[in-house]
Design a protein around this ligand. Structure first.
Ligand code: PLP
Length: 414
């Protein structure tokens, strides 16, 4: 009965989960200016010209309060550069999240180093007890603020400082977010951001790296391929910092260019407003789904200032079949959910035991969380009304699946 009624009245969402907003006019004008003068390479500067890339670095350092900033070709490149700048060597163990995306363990593997996975909690943050237990196994933690969920950073830093672990923050999903008022990326030794189309600012591809550490910053500039032109940077250490490392640091070309930087600068200025728009959409989804039988929303800690650019919820204890049916029925109604419990990687979604190049001993507690974890993107092309409709559709599908005796295991612990 309930199900037939649901079919009959079923609303279908017709928006696109992958359509971004257009590049703002101001950014298009800035890009055209670069195209017209033709100096796209960051070090190709007219007399007295700073260049869009150096200015972007200066802007982002000011925005985050970091002493140094380096713009590079991608977020993943920034992560690998941070690992190299910290002196990670082939064969070294690097701690990282079991719940993250492929470029994170990939950055570790790119150095010939070994990812050692740390578990995830029901809050979708790194399991700090598991981190404590494994802290002695490595010299570096590559911490991914996956899907924008920020763990208790004060406790994390206490654990890492105590164990002598250096921390690289992967802020691909937390540009513009904060913990206890401190911008995300300002707790560890280095932080890396992505400017790829699906993140918080869009230059197609691109990455940013920030740090207060002079040595890390100088090495990162050299690594990115500065051809000894580091004096043309505006957010790099003074030339003296390069004296000891300039000849021993390889050039692993991965620079940002002036065209992308020109597109990014106006977007960075607009970011606070975009964050408000994301969070308004997130709250509508959260309010619409809270209290759905068999579904748990992720409660956000008070200390966190998030950026709701994606939305996650749990179907705790549901069988794989029951979750699969929810995915199918939502898809049929235009709502594209991603599932972190899938046996094979789909699209952007994969999990720690899919990365066959890394050793991954079983993590039952993490598996239990991922088995019920559903995820969706919230592009700013969605209106508030779209988000309310998406929540209604998910709520309807989950409620009927939960109530239906025909779906084995739905809502019942395994
Ligand atoms: C996108 C992403 C990256 C890497 O960014 P790219 O710019 O695509 O290389 C790193 N970590 C996470 C969690 C990401 O989602």
């Amino acid at each position: 009965m309930t199900e037939r009624f649901a079919e009959k009245s079923a609303e279908v969402f017709s928006g696109s989960f992958t359509q971004q907003e257009p590049i703002p006019d101001e950014a298009i004008e800035a890009a055209l200016a670069v195209l017209r003068h033709g100096r796209l390479h960051r070090y190709n500067l007219a007399d007295g010209e700073a260049g869009e890339t150096a200015l972007l670095e200066q802007d982002f350092a000011a925005m985050t309060g970091a002493r140094y900033c380096l713009a590079v070709a991608s977020g993943g490149y920034a992560l690998a550069t941070a690992l190299r700048a910290l002196g990670v060597r082939p064969g070294d163990a690097v701690l990282t999240n079991a719940f993250t995306l492929a470029p994170v363990p990939g950055a570790i593997a790119s150095l010939g180093a070994r990812p050692v996975f740390v578990g995830v909690t029901d809050d979708l943050t790194i399991d700090l007890d598991d981190l404590s237990a494994k802290a002695g196994q490595a010299g570096v933690l590559l911490l991914s603020h996956m899907r924008g969920h920020i763990c208790d950073m004060d406790r994390l830093m206490e654990i890492c400082t105590g164990a002598g672990l250096r921390v690289i923050e992967d802020c691909a999903h937390t540009m513009g977010a904060a913990w206890n008022g401190v911008p995300s990326g300002r707790h560890g030794d280095v932080a890396c951001y992505s400017c790829q189309t699906y993140k918080h600012v869009n230059s197609g591809e691109g990455g940013l790296l920030i740090t207060d550490d002079e040595d890390i910053a100088a090495r990162a500039v050299m690594l990115s391929g500065s051809y000894m032109l580091y004096e043309r940077h505006l957010a790099a250490p003074a030339p003296g910092a390069f004296a000891g490392i300039r000849l021993e640091t390889p050039n692993i070309s991965g620079r940002m260019d002036n065209l992308r930087a020109a597109i990014l600068r106006p977007q960075l200025r607009a970011l606070p407003g975009q964050v408000d728009r994301w969070n308004a959409r997130y709250r509508v989804l959260e309010d619409g789904l809270r209290g759905t039988p068999g579904l748990a929303v992720i409660e956000r800690p008070e200390a966190e200032t998030p950026v709701g650019s994606s939305f996650q919820f749990l179907l705790p204890g549901w069988s794989a079949d029951a979750v699969g049916q929810v995915l199918e029925r939502c898809a049929a109604r235009g709502v594209e959910l991603k599932w972190f419990g899938a046996p094979e990687p789909h699209g952007f979604t994969s999990r720690y035991d899919h990365w066959r190049y890394a050793e991954a001993p079983p993590m039952p507690a993490t598996d239990r969380v991922l088995a019920g974890l559903l995820d969706m993107r919230v592009p700013l092309t969605f209106s508030i009304g779209d988000c309310a409709q998406i929540a209604r559709i998910i709520r309807d599908v989950v409620t009927s699946a939960h109530n239906s005796a025909g779906i084995p295991g739905a809502g019942r612990p395994l």
